[in-house]
Design a binder for this molecule. Structure first.
Ligand SMILES: C[S@@+](CC[C@H](N)C(=O)[O-])C[C@H]1O[C@@H](n2cnc3c(N)ncnc32)[C@H](O)[C@@H]1O
Length: 332
């Protein structure tokens, strides 16, 4: 907004004059907290402008963002370098018992785009709780499931260390829990999930014997998340895709109309004639679900990933420092 436009703010109508009975609890806190100074603009008076020029739209049913942050978010690439120490490490020391913990800040930013304050986030593969901590940082409620009780315990210790309230967790196979429905219904009561945010195992990528630079990261032995046959990380590609589809399909009835499903995924390395574009396989598989539509992707480039001379000095092997963040929406 230009200086001239800001000068003309005086000409706009005060919010409380235009909407004396508006339910302020539905507004983002950055608007509600300074509502006396908020003004409305536009023919239909649906635009809200704050004294610092930030704008909010009263028809925004998706999130609490101003237009500037919205535009920044829809950039197709996230490039980050999150620290793993100190306050910004978000108890990484505790969470690092997991081989692939997600940075809570990254999950918070996704949650802030795909939900409003107070709404519900669900992660059926919660690990040590990157999503749950992200939800707490964003003031959202969350439910997480993981097969491995040690991961859930580490999440609880991390939440306590960070002085964050503990989100709800269930230990077990997410498919069985979703099929049974009871625990999910008890958590949700009359509510619905606004965002399913998951970072499933990438097929059997983690449980295969490691080669090259991965040996120094994980050791030579396989590092499955659990020994269970229900662990998606112990399945071959087709069974993995079928189980992932099932977990999403079973969650769909609990998700609100126009709610989102956001899935992290990484490609496997090409093998002979198999191109192994796992992210494309996941898009096609989940897009088979009735009423669920693929909407696009963001690429997360994790600049903190250590580089290894894979293939040196013989051939090209990509060091994948990026992951795909696939976005789907429930339409009806
Ligand atoms: C990539 S990790 C998720 C990491 C997580 N985003 C974090 O921040 O810690 C995938 C998780 O899925 C869990 N998992 C695999 N199969 C599962 C199943 N059938 N039900 C529930 N959890 C499962 C594994 O134990 C593992 O912790």
């Amino acid at each position: 907004m230009s200086a001239d436009e800001i000068k003309s703010l005086d000409e706009f109508i005060p919010f409380l004059e235009a909407y004396p009975d508006y339910d302020l609890s539905t507004l983002p806190s950055w608007v509600a907290d300074d509502i006396e100074n908020a003004k409305v603009y536009g023919n239909k008076k649906r635009g809200v402008i704050m004294p610092d020029g930030q704008k909010y739209h009263l028809d925004n049913k998706l999130n609490d963002m101003n237009g500037r942050d919205w535009t920044f978010f829809i950039n197709s690439v996230f490039s980050t370098h999150y620290p793993t120490r100190g306050k910004e490490g978000y108890a990484h020391e505790i969470r690092k018992i997991h081989p692939t913990p997600k940075p809570p800040q990254l999950m918070r930013d996704l949650i802030c785009f795909f939900t409003k304050h107070g709404e519900i986030v669900f992660d059926s593969f919660m690990g040590v709780g990157g999503t749950l901590i992200g939800a707490s940082l964003a003031n959202r409620r969350a439910l997480g499931i993981d097969l491995n009780p040690e991961y859930i315990d580490a999440y609880k210790r991390a939440a306590s260390e960070l002085n964050l309230g503990e989100q709800s967790t269930i230990c077990g196979d997410c498919i069985e829990i979703l099929e049974r429905k009871k625990d999910i219904e008890e958590f949700l009561k009359e509510d619905k999930i606004s965002l399913m945010l998951i970072d499933p195992p990438y097929g059997n990528m983690m449980s295969r014997e490691k080669t090259g630079g991965d040996i120094s990261v994980y050791g030579k032995n396989s590092t499955p998340f659990t020994e269970s046959e229900k662990d998606l990380g112990n399945m071959d590609k087709d069974s993995f895709l079928a189980a992932l589809k099932k977990s999403v399909e079973l969650t769909l009835p609990f998700i609100k109309t126009r709610g989102y499903i956001v899935v992290f995924i990484k490609d496997l390395q090409p093998h002979k004639k198999d191109v192994n574009l796992l992210h494309a396989d996941v898009i096609n598989k989940l897009n088979e679900i009735r009423n669920l539509y693929y909407k696009g992707m963001k690429i997360w480039s994790d600049e903190s990933t250590k580089l290894y001379p894979y293939g040196y000095p013989f051939c090209f092997v990509a060091n994948q420092i990026h992951q795909y963040i696939l976005v789907f929406r429930k339409e009806k």
